[in-house]
Design a protein. Structure first.
Length: 69
């Protein structure tokens, strides 16, 4: 349906997907700082949040490095 579609429409669709992913990530991070996340397995959220934290540290470290010429 989207293949070969209007570039503006594709850009809007992409923006919606990125927004949804960002909202889901934010919710996961919020659950990571609550005493009890709404999950059947209470460790699942903490494990996933730990992985997100590691990725965040890597992204921050990469952004802090000066660009090589």
């Amino acid at each position: 349906e989207l293949a070969g579609g209007d570039p503006e429409r594709l850009a809007r669709h992409e923006a919606r997907l990125v927004d949804a992913a960002a909202r889901l990530t934010e919710q996961m991070l919020r659950w990571g700082v609550t005493p009890s996340a709404p999950a059947y397995d209470p460790t699942i959220v903490s494990r996933r949040v730990a992985a997100l934290g590691e990725l965040t540290r890597l992204i921050t470290a990469a952004a802090d490095r000066p660009a090589s010429a």
